[in-house]
Design a protein around this ligand. Sequence first.
Ligand code: BGC
Ligand code: BGC
Length: 442
Amino acid sequence: MPDRFDLPAGFRWGAATAAYQIEGAVEEDGRGRSVWDTFCARPGAVRDGHTGAVACDHYHRYPEDIALMKDLGLDGYRFSIAWPRVLPTGAGAVNPAGLAFYDRLVDALLEAGIAPLPTLFHWDLPQALEDDGGWLNRDTAYRFAEYASVMADRLGDRIPTWITLNEPFVHTVFGYAMGIHAPGRALMFEALPAAHHQLLGHGLAASLLRERGLEVMLSNNLTPVEPASDSAGDVAAAEAYDALHNRLFTDPVLLGRYPDLSALGVPDDIYGAVRPGDTDLIHAPGLDGLGVNYYNPTRVAAPTDPGLPFDLVDIPDVPRTAFGWPVVPDGLRRLLAGLRESYGKALPPITITENGCSTPDAPDDQARITYLATHLDALAAAVTAGVDVRGYYTWSLLDNFEWAEGYHQRFGLVYVDFATQKRTPKASYAWYRDLIAAHRAY
Ligand code: BGC
Ligand code: BGC
């Protein structure tokens, strides 16, 4: 495997995690309940009944985890803040002990020479807000902006760049359309107001953060969409899927308008959720960087089931991760080239805020090294072709709670024995450490 890629000087190397997937301590220091605590308690919702109640116990073990990051040589660490730790009911009174945890975490990162890159919302909505409709309720966008300003007031002196939302596509579709993630609603396309309200929350928060002189990014799960054949039906289905997965989230933020959703049968005002002026609220604050989370491309064919305007089909003849996801490194290059082509000057600098794979349950993870190296090669090709990419945060630092899959899928550079909480750096950890050192020396 190459130990260096053709990436610009100053390129930032990082790793990513999310609060509910690593912190544990769900009932400590006044943390409120989140939709994920509720969802995990629902029989059958998460494989083998696993929950994030303990996870990696990072809430207590963060000094050890930061020591691992320091040895790795990370420039930056992307983590998320648990909204219910800070505002136990989502709004109103701030929980000082919850805020103090993120204060300690950020100070310890800075002490280790690692730039903190926080995400304000990585799916763990306070249950009290869900009880009022969650992201289907427009008010949640305003509560999100208030929460963002609480965090910016507390940590903005030490953190210049903030990510508002993580993967509104996955949260909307898995959480509200299909019901396989919290909050477990299965509304199909009628889930899309939840997407609009997340984007509105992003816009309102972005405006408050930028007023304070902070930089704002938004991370989505983006996928290059390929039609299964050149047939008109497959091509039209691929366009419909691309609008849903990618453009629904990127167009309003970068262009100030929604894509045409008529092929999905979704009305222009997204079932009445979009009010006059909303797309300006989403677009006008501006975006300092686009966070791209890339795992795999999506192949789409004309529908066989009349209920949906597309079919998702397998990509043949490619390797698979332990999760069964297709491994297509060139998809990352195509995705980035496509973003540049679609958005041109409206595209801000990109940071890869997630990329990685799950591997079998063992610290010798050669498959992860191959996955990361081939994707970095594809990334370097995109950069050489002119796409402005500033950094790469691999998913994930630690094996952790992989949502509906519980602890069954291991995405970490560091192996975690969930019975003892012992951390063991994997083969990929040593490889990534050497890679970062080689780039720094160059
Ligand atoms: C997709 C991935 C996506 C994931 C979300 C999978 O089915 O293949 O691209 O990131 O779902 O958890
Ligand atoms: C999410 C992570 C998740 C990873 C692997 C993304 O969809 O942001 O929380 O663990 O992909 O599924």
